[in-house]
Design a protein around this ligand. Structure first.
Ligand code: GAR
Length: 187
């Protein structure tokens, strides 16, 4: 199988990156991770790129042309697919036009519910019975692109924010690879 050259964008811990690196070693998993981009030089997830000898790029988002620098590198590594794995930054319209339908994101709620930040506290405050994670295409609207895959669980009375996060992330490690397989199954 010809694997898609993929770039993973991160901002922090990188546990989804770690999981995708592991999954992408399967010969029939549709992506090959060629580059990691981080907007945070302290991101722990960069260690997974280093350990696995994956080239990485740290961008300074204070500079006005940081997205152009990313775009140049995507070209250099012949990237045709992008996964946002905890990348906490909005992608500009200009960038999106160049990678339309080629960027996916994972979000820690059952979209369209609880778009944006602080999802777990809002979920608890709203007394939701269920929550989970969503993988979706990225478009101009915050957490608003077409949904590819969701996974859910029932919330227990004693679940606090920390527990919700752990349970949600456990599902993310299944949902992100499943979504990627679903996208490329018929390609
Ligand atoms: C993930 O739980 C992901 O759903 C969330 O950030 C976490 C990153 O964890 N993304 C968002 O909140 C995007 N709005 P990781 O760095 O360990 O993969």
């Amino acid at each position: 199988m010809v694997k898609k050259n993929t770039c993973i964008f991160i901002s922090g811990k990188g546990s989804n990156l770690k999981n995708l690196i592991k999954r992408s070693r399967d010969y029939n998993f549709p992506i090959k991770i060629k580059l990691v981009v981080s907007d945070n030089k302290e991101a722990l997830g960069l260690n997974y790129a280093k350990k696995n000898s994956i080239p990485f790029l740290i961008v300074n988002t204070k500079s006005s042309n940081y997205e152009n620098i990313i775009l140049q590198n995507l070209k250099k590594y012949n990237i045709s697919f992008i996964c946002l794995a905890g990348y906490m930054r909005i992608i500009s319209k200009n960038f999106l036009i160049k990678y339309r339908k080629k960027i996916i994101n994972i979000h820690p709620s059952l979209l369209p519910k609880f778009k944006g930040l602080n999802t777990f506290s809002r979920i608890l405050k709203n007394k939701e019975k269920k929550t989970g994670c969503t993988v979706h295409f990225v478009n101009e609207k915050l957490d608003g692109g077409a949904i590819i895959y969701r996974k859910s669980f029932f919330i227990n009375r004693e679940d606090d924010e920390q527990i919700l996060k752990i349970k949600t992330q456990r599902l993310e490690y299944l949902a992100f690879p499943e979504a990627i397989i679903k996208i490329f199954r018929n390609n």
